[in-house]
Ligand binder design. Structure first.
Ligand code: 3PG
Length: 306
């Protein structure tokens, strides 16, 4: 079988080497398409691929239709909003992610972003500390749990909101549970977003929630830009000169935000949450193993288009 690694944002070399070892070791072949500049390049490279490993690369209906032999696509990472699941299902292609494999990298970045925005994006002037502040973790999945643990190391209080997690599943008595999303935003100086981008969450974080944040509140977004209502964010930042926004995924109106709000907003130049060698290796090798196992045994653990 031919496995194509198609990554606009290339994996670290050690990850590619590891993927090659796993794929070729199981008797398959590996092809690499990195830093491509048009979807057509992906269509052409995927044309004879049996399996595809991607990062945030868009696996559209066109990709699935061009890849006539495709049987499995693995998103090396957590969020799979870049995969057209309907198109995969229609063509009998199994779609998977690799949950948890890059979570630590994202969680560390979330804390780093809290420090950065609290120190005025490292410009001169008096900043503030994380110690003693409360962080609200919006969605308590793999990344949210790690953020909670790191935040406690900084001496922060932790509150969570996640409608999919039952209270009895939270075994740490120091973690407060918000009954509503409004309670989370109104009780926390920092809110760290860890929700996926889907039909329910897109545009769900806007003026109503942000304007509830306490004085000096900061929203930290290492999740997806699509969950933000950008007009609402603009309105909240305009009305409240104390509010801050830091994101790993630039908003569509980022240039305007940066111009208007200076060091109260910051966006990474390119999403870097999972840009560590460790995360690349964990997620890349997990993808390769999942593909090899799927071809060997039909194993569909981590399938997301059931
Ligand atoms: C994820 O969903 O796993 C992260 O957003 C990582 O995305 P990336 O692989 O494009 O860095």
């Amino acid at each position: 079988m031919k496995v194509l690694v198609a990554t606009d944002k290339p994996f670290a070399k050690a990850a590619v080497d590891g993927i090659r070892e796993i794929v070729e070791g199981a008797g398959h072949s590996l092809a690499l398409l990195e830093k491509y500049t048009s979807p057509e390049e992906l269509y052409a490279a995927a044309a004879d691929a049996d399996a595809l490993i991607v990062r945030s690369d868009k696996v559209t209906k066109e990709v699935v239709e061009c890849a006539k032999n495709l049987k499995i696509v693995v998103r090396a990472g957590a969020g799979y909003d870049n995969l057209d699941l309907e198109a995969c299902t229609a063509k009998g292609v199994v779609a998977m992610n690799t949950p948890g494999q890059n979570s630590n990298a994202v969680a560390e970045l979330a804390l780093g972003m809290m420090v950065y925005i609290s120190r005025n994006c490292f410009t001169p002037g008096t900043g503030s500390e994380l110690k003693g502040k409360r962080v609200g973790i919006h969605a308590y999945g793999n990344v949210g749990k790690l953020v909670a643990s790191l935040a406690k190391g900084f001496g922060m209080e932790v509150m969570i909101f996640d409608p999919f997690v039952k209270a009895h599943e939270i075994t740490d008595p120091s973690i407060k549970i918000a009954a509503t999303v409004e309670e989370l935003y109104s009780s926390c100086q920092f809110v760290s977003l860890h929700i996926p981008a889907n039909a329910q969450t897109k545009g769900s974080i806007g003026y109503e929630l942000l304007s509830k944040m306490p004085k000096g509140g900061a929203l930290v977004n290492t999740a997806r830009k699509e969950v933000i209502d950008e007009a609402g964010l603009m309105k909240a930042l305009t009305e409240r000169s104390d509010l801050k926004y830091i994101t790993d995924i630039a908003a569509d109106n980022q240039a305007e935000l940066s111009e208007k709000f200076g060091t109260r907003v910051f966006a990474s130049p390119k999403k870097m949450g999972a840009e560590t060698a460790e995360a690349n290796i964990n997620a890349g090798l997990a993808s390769a193993r999942q593909i090899v196992k799927f071809f060997a045994t039909g194993d569909k653990t981590f399938q997301v288009n059931k």
